[in-house]
Design a protein around this ligand. Structure first.
Ligand code: ADP
Ligand code: MG
Length: 252
């Protein structure tokens, strides 16, 4: 690793009343590396994701995206600045096709044009750029053959692939994925793992995951959270061997 992390969080804390759901958590996300976050239910993984994406304001701490302070920025601003995330609850419009969903997601990233007499020209160019972003995301997510399928009729695995495709359509540099394998069968999970490895080189990624096989296939760096606190963070092999982690979570 050289240079700068794309995303850097320092001593992030989120309190809900008296409960510190996230307690002094620091982490760095680097391009071409997958940072997997694990921990039992209620550990604060989703809250951490929400803090990084701006969906929740932190109680204290600091977040930088590509060197810029985004600690109190709105989610749309953070998204425009290059952070994409998926939600555990889906954002898919079920009556629309796979392609239409990706196209809409790509559109949401299109830059707002100030008034301009040549606006028609700009908007034609913006349209082409949006189209190209959507096509690339469709391909990358492995959904090209399912382009015309109605999203609501797609399998669970395909819908989760579609969510990733919709996130990719906004062309993020940093990707946050909260339990991308949730509810998947073995074949679907394998397809998703392949997809994540395929998109890794061009992204800095944080993946919250429970599936042990997927965790150790994907992770370049592994962080373990319990009750809002990081109890271990580092090389996956070292974390796996850590007795404290085994006792707290891995159950090995
Ligand atoms: P995980 O994703 O690791 O399962 P969460 O981040 O969802 O954990 O939750 C961490 C803790 O914060 C839990 O105790 C949960 O009940 C609490 N929590 C999460 N969101 C809220 C909220 N909006 N209001 C109050 N408590 C919350
Ligand atoms: Mg969660």
């Amino acid at each position: 690793m050289s240079g700068q992390p794309l995303l850097s969080a320092r001593q992030l804390t989120k309190k809900f009343g008296g409960l510190a759901a996230v307690n002094e958590v620091s982490l760095d996300l680097w391009q071409d590396r997958i940072h997997v976050v694990i921990g039992p239910n209620g550990a604060g993984k989703s809250t951490l994701t929400n803090l990084l994406s701006g969906d929740l304001p932190p109680t204290s701490g600091r977040i930088e995206l590509a060197g810029q302070d985004i600690t109190r920025a709105a989610p749309e601003q953070i998204s425009r600045h290059g952070l994409g995330r998926s939600y555990q609850k889906t954002n898919i419009f079920l009556p629309f096709t796979v392609w239409e969903n990706i196209r809409l997601a790509a559109q949401s990233r299109a830059p707002q044009q100030p008034w301009n007499p040549l606006r028609w020209l700009h908007s034609a160019q913006a349209d082409q750029a949006t189209q190209a972003r959507a096509e690339a995301a469709l391909e990358l997510a492995g959904l090209a053959e399912r382009r015309h399928a109605i999203a609501g009729a797609a399998s669970h695995g395909e819908q989760r692939q579609l969510e990733v495709a919709m996130t990719l359509a906004t062309q993020p540099r940093v990707l946050l994925l909260d339990e991308p394998l949730a509810g998947m069968g073995t074949a679907e999970a394998e397809r998703m793992v392949e997809l994540l490895l395929r998109i890794k080189p061009k992204h800095a990624m944080m993946v919250v995951e429970h599936d042990i096989d997927a965790i150790f296939t994907l992770a370049d760096h592994l962080t373990v959270m319990v009750n809002g606190t990081v109890i271990a963070s580092g090389e996956p092999a070292a974390i796996r061997a850590d007795r404290g982690v085994q006792a707290a979570y891995l159950g090995e």
